[in-house]
Design a protein around this ligand. Sequence first.
Ligand code: ATP
Ligand code: MG
Length: 498
Amino acid sequence: MSEMNISAFLKKKIENFNVAPVEYRLGTVTRVGDGVVRVKGLPERLYGELLEFGGGVFGMAVDLEEDGVGAVLFDNADKVSVGDPVRGTSTVTEAPVGEALLGRVIDPIGRALDGKPLSVEKYMPTERPAPSIIERSPVNRSLETGILAIDSMIPIGRGQRELIIGDRQTGKTTIAIDSIINQKNSGVLCVYCAIGQKASNVAGIIDTLTKAGAMSYTVVVAATASQSPAMQYLAPYCACTVAEGFAATGKDVLIVYDDLSKHAVAYRTMSLLLHRPPGREAFPGDVFYLHSRLLERSACLSEELGGGSITAMPIIETMSGNLSAYIPTNVISITDGQIFLESELFHSGVRPAVNTGLSVSRVGRSAQRNAMKAVSGSLRIELSQYREMAVFARFGSDIDSATKSMLDKGECLVNIFKQGKGCPYSLFDEVALLLAYKSGKLVGTKQNQYAAVTEALLSFLHEKCSAVMNEMNLSGDMTEKQREEIEKSIAEWSYENE
Ligand code: ATP
Ligand code: MG
């Protein structure tokens, strides 16, 4: 191109150069401290709007006032100072959704934490309304945890919200993680949300999931204890949006919030720093709404919406078994049942330490699979009768033979319910163990031998009844003939022969 041509070309380009003006909505920082800022100006702001402070620092508008906003910072709070400009982004905080997230670890504002690049096409707001009544369908399909005591007595349905509650170190996280591991071939996708835990704990959990081959269908959303209260506050909403992304495509999802006590504490910190008035236990007045709006988003969707579901397992930590504290009572009243774990049981070796008297599932019974329904009907009553009788039996040695046999049977049941971590049972295993209990075959086994005996029995049955096993695990039903076959095999088996 000659010189003349170049200048003509440039002239033409410049003539047609036309950029639309970009309008920035700006404000100024007037106060900053403890991760909370006050901003003056900033017209037309939104509640929950993402604010940009320059230098890659982001925050969220949480208090809308006449002359400005109160906002919380996500990280790098020390980079913001009074007088800094603040830009409104006109979007509320969003979370990434879609299949690309499976196997990944993200933070509550959607950044990858596992060091690999993350490319997602779709984002959805972290705060979304819960499905309405007509958008839901009844809970009638079961979600198996693979934990015998839970599947038989406190069954969980897809779309249910089942609380796991107990003191510290009673196996709460283990139940949730085992349930995730058990979804391996069930087609259920999982989201694990860690709130306010130690980073080393979260790394351990990710390691467990990876080793069990569960990361391929799991997303981890993590806000660790060292992160700002704003991040911890946002984490469960972000995780729920990730789950909703899957549920919208007709998938069943299991979501674990570990744990909501720490979430409430993070929200209390945030509220006190924002000078909101404190109420009971210094929590702000809207702490009930904090959890109710989150847990209402778990639902079984109607056929028109694809029939997906979100099953929630929130976790709450209690102090010395006190269920009547503020946050535990709130969350108990929001959820459809609770699994109550007890330190005393845990330390006496009954693990999982489920207190069956105080645990309930308010909707799961109708969702239980037929094979399990057929063998689990009277277990709760038998167990509570045993516990009552065991207390009396302690006082004297004069026990008639009927009581003695009831005590022996009860003890056998308690021992069958003991289960190590990371080894969930299939439906057939659970049904077979309960049939073995009913037959009385395992009564009289020495306390320390139960683990070996049940393992031997199950491996015998896997071989002997393999056709029944495959059918039952697939269909969830048990015909009279199949039941007879299993019972016959149990009668044939004896531990000494192994
Ligand atoms: P935290 O309050 O610290 O969150 P937690 O209630 O979540 O604790 P876990 O971390 O699940 O409890 O478990 C506490 C310890 O008990 C762990 O070391 C775990 O390995 C062990 N544990 C839990 N369940 C079982 C089990 N069924 N069999 C054997 N050990 C178990
Ligand atoms: Mg835990």
